[in-house]
Design a protein around this ligand. Sequence first.
Ligand SMILES: Cc1cc2nc3c(=O)[nH]c(=O)nc-3n(C[C@H](O)[C@H](O)[C@H](O)COP(=O)(O)OP(=O)(O)OC[C@H]3O[C@@H](n4cnc5c(N)ncnc54)[C@H](O)[C@@H]3O)c2cc1C
Length: 252
Amino acid sequence: MFSKQLIDYTEKTFKEETITIRTKTMVKKVTDKYIEAESTGPDGKKTLEKIPYGLLVWATGNALRPVVKDLMSQIPAQKESRRGLAVNEYLVVKGTENIWAVGDCAIANYAPTAQVASQEGAFLARLFNQMAKTEEIESALSLLSDEQDKAKNGPDRDAVFGEIKELQKRLRRVKQMGPFEYSHQGSLAYIGSEKAVADISWLTGNFASGGQLTYLFWRSAYLSMCFSTRNRVLVIVDWIKAKMFGRDVSRE
Ligand SMILES: Cc1cc2nc3c(=O)[nH]c(=O)nc-3n(C[C@H](O)[C@H](O)[C@H](O)COP(=O)(O)OP(=O)(O)OC[C@H]3O[C@@H](n4cnc5c(N)ncnc54)[C@H](O)[C@@H]3O)c2cc1C
């Protein structure tokens, strides 16, 4: 997600922290003493390597929740989907008519990030409001068309006809909702050692930076996105506690 410049900066920072990154490397086997990894070289040649370890932390992503897996198994159109519920551009689960999915459980060609999840949530809220309004207008229209049938010729009938025309105009406006489109606002990541990297969309271009100032920016962005003052205060207190006493890992 980040620019080449920020990737290089992050790799350099990791090197300084003696963190080794192995790209194009797949873990094939784990024993109690070593990890067996297969790496692909620039020429495409694969080599198998045994990496001894003391403590192994496995962090290669999230598995599907049983509830999502169960739903997928009941929809034939989801047979080919592996990572989650495949959805169309209106976030409708493919193979269904009235099931929507948003966030990490939905596969819509976007990265599983909080930014995507929150925009999808807002889109779905708008879509449901639109559907409710459509339903309301359509039932009003059906009542009016009954009234129009019963009304005798003359002013009564014209008045009902006028109302129908007005409602039809409203219905067209309400139904004009386009599909979901993700708008990327930028990426921020903490990279350790009180440093962060940021790639922010700025007017028509991009603003990329990395370092300790970016870390302060990352923290201020984090605080500004908290939902309540209570949360903001709790987060600040947590940071101060971690700074003074180190990170509390007793519950993790
Ligand atoms: C370590 C880590 C770092 C990340 N960093 C970033 C980042 O920097 N920026 C970014 O944009 N994204 C980041 N993400 C991704 C981001 O957290 C997710 O994309 C986002 O939280 C997805 O939101 P969601 O609502 O779809 O799912 P979640 O936030 O996972 O919410 C799902 C909720 O459903 C609940 N639930 C599950 N099953 C059931 C059930 N059967 N009944 C009731 N409740 C249930 C869960 O408890 C959970 O609260 C990160 C993720 C991880 C794991």
